[in-house]
Design a protein around this ligand. Structure first.
Ligand code: ZN
Length: 491
């Protein structure tokens, strides 16, 4: 038998039965994203009892399935729980495609999945947006700005799944434009093809954030080896004049939303050339960059044991005595850094020096952590669905109760919307009142902070946050400039 044929036979027998899939055997040659219909058919065919199970966890605004794929070959021994989710923005596809190739690979070679890993994947969180090839969901909402209110069925489903699984590691998957007008007008494009950042909300313990940044840095040599340009994910415009900074410290996105549940939590963003003749011509490279990061974050046994311990510790961590209410990114000391860009005409990589790279998160304001929040009876009906979508425990007073109450007055909402960051509208300028012993009336909702999800409760309810609830429709009306806010702080 010719040598080649023997090798081919061995390859086939080690792969087991070939899995019919709507993408090529070599993922690096992908040039077409996988549609909702192709994905659901593939997932129905790839189910393997005892290895791969697929469940419907909810429906999108327009009624499409929100599917969860669980891969597990260690049974109860698989204690390291991982949740990778993708395509919250319907037109950002590579994360979903990479997850589907990962499922195919594990179906063919189960030994690729470590026995201690319980792997959960939600490849397409916004099927309505995917079908329409647009960012928003079927209700016209941006899902990755809905992790505070959880008003949409897609984000509600993700969080319900996440609270049930309580992952130790969570990864959100997006794409950004490498060739926005701000770059092309200078004859440039953004340098990295694939980027990653970790959760950074001030309520997430520092050791969890530090382990995240360590993993972000450790991925660089792996991407270099595969020929992909890679950097920590940043937001902003081209150097040297525009500001560049890490992801937002706000909690309305998936990365910080799930990070607050005590997971080591990341966002991955692959870079797309939207102005190219076929923006999907290099889909295979983006998928490859994604797969490298998904595998890297799974790490080896020692890494997983470490993340398991850090994450379990974060869940038991007492609340800090102060809550940061106003933070911003800064460059302490005005350090000059160089930022890489690609000169489009020549393909040359330029290093542009700038002092506008902000890497330090500064806390500008904070308030003492209360023991509970009280929601006035008139607004109970509006707040209850939010508390329930968050899985928060609360009590409804059936008789008046005396408590030490700090009320908060809204002075004004400041409105500038930041186009670059697609957020930062409605800054809440408030004034805390002197605490007083008051009778809270019957029908008041009390949300105690001695509960498992206390950090989520703070993020949703704390009335002193600079970016809080009162910029959102349905809550904005309940906050009149000059009036007391419906949520009070209890001590
Ligand atoms: Zn996105």
């Amino acid at each position: 038998m010719p040598r080649m044929m023997l090798a081919a036979l061995l390859a086939v027998s080690s792969l087991g039965a070939a899995i019919p899939a709507p993408f090529p055997t070599d993922h690096r040659t992908m040039t077409k994203t996988i549609s909702y219909a192709e994905m659901t058919a593939f997932l129905a065919a790839v189910t393997r009892p005892g290895l791969i199970t697929v469940t419907e966890e909810g429906r999108s605004h327009q009624g499409r399935q929100l599917l969860l794929v669980r891969l597990n070959r260690g049974g109860a021994k698989a204690r390291f729980r991982v949740l990778y989710y993708a395509q919250q923005h319907g037109d950002e596809v590579a994360g979903k495609d990479a997850l589907l190739t990962l499922i195919r690979d594990i179906a063919q070679r189960p030994e690729l999945l470590p026995e201690d890993v319980d792997l959960y994947l939600m490849p397409m969180l916004n099927p309505d947006g995917a079908e329409a090839h647009r960012r928003l969901n079927g209700a016209g909402e941006d899902l990755n700005r809905d992790h505070l209110l959880l008003a949409q069925p897609e984000t509600q489903t993700l969080h319900r799944v996440a609270r049930r699984i309580r992952p130790h590691l969570a990864v959100d998957s997006h794409e950004f434009g490498r060739d926005g007008k701000d770059y092309t007008s200078r004859g440039w494009e953004a340098w990295p093809m694939i980027t990653m950042d970790a959760a950074n909300h001030p309520l997430i313990p520092d050791y969890l954030k530090a382990a995240g940044l360590e993993a972000v840095a450790a991925a660089a040599p792996l991407q270099r080896k595969a020929g992909h340009t890679y950097a920590r994910y940043s937001v902003g415009g081209p150097p040297p004049d525009d500001e560049l900074r890490p992801s937002t410290p706000e909690v309305d996105d998936g990365r910080n939303g799930l990070g607050t549940l005590g997971a080591l939590s990341f966002i991955i963003e692959a870079g797309v050339r939207h102005r190219a003749k076929d923006p999907q011509a290099d889909l295979g490279a983006r998928v490859d960059g994604y797969r490298i990061l998904y595998r890297h974050l799974l790490g080896d046994r020692a890494w997983r044991d470490r993340v398991f311990k850090l994450s379990e510790r974060a869940r038991r961590e007492p609340l800090p005595p102060f809550i940061a209410t106003n933070t911003f990114w800064a460059n302490l000391g005005g350090k000059a850094t160089s930022v890489k860009v690609v000169e489009t005409a020549t393909g040359r990589v330029l290093e542009v020096p700038t002092a506008n790279v902000m890497t330090d998160l500064v806390v500008k304001g904070s308030v003492p952590t209360p023991r509970a929040y009280a929601i006035e009876p008139a607004l109970a009906g509006r707040f209850r669905p939010v508390l329930e979508a968050q899985g928060l425990r609360y009590e409804t007073l059936i008789a008046p109760r005396r408590a030490r109450v700090e009320r908060v007055r809204l002075l004004r909402l400041e409105e500038p919307y930041d186009e670059l960051y697609q957020r930062y509208k409605d800054r809440q300028i408030v004034e805390r009142q002197a605490p007083a012993d008051l009778d809270l009336p019957e029908g008041t909702l009390i949300v105690p902070l001695d509960q498992d999800l206390a950090r989520r409760a703070i993020q949703v309810l704390e009335p002193c946050l600079l970016y809080g609830l009162y910029g959102y429709p349905g809550f904005r009306e309940s906050a009149k400039p000059g009036a007391l806010l419906p949520v009070s702080r209890l001590f």
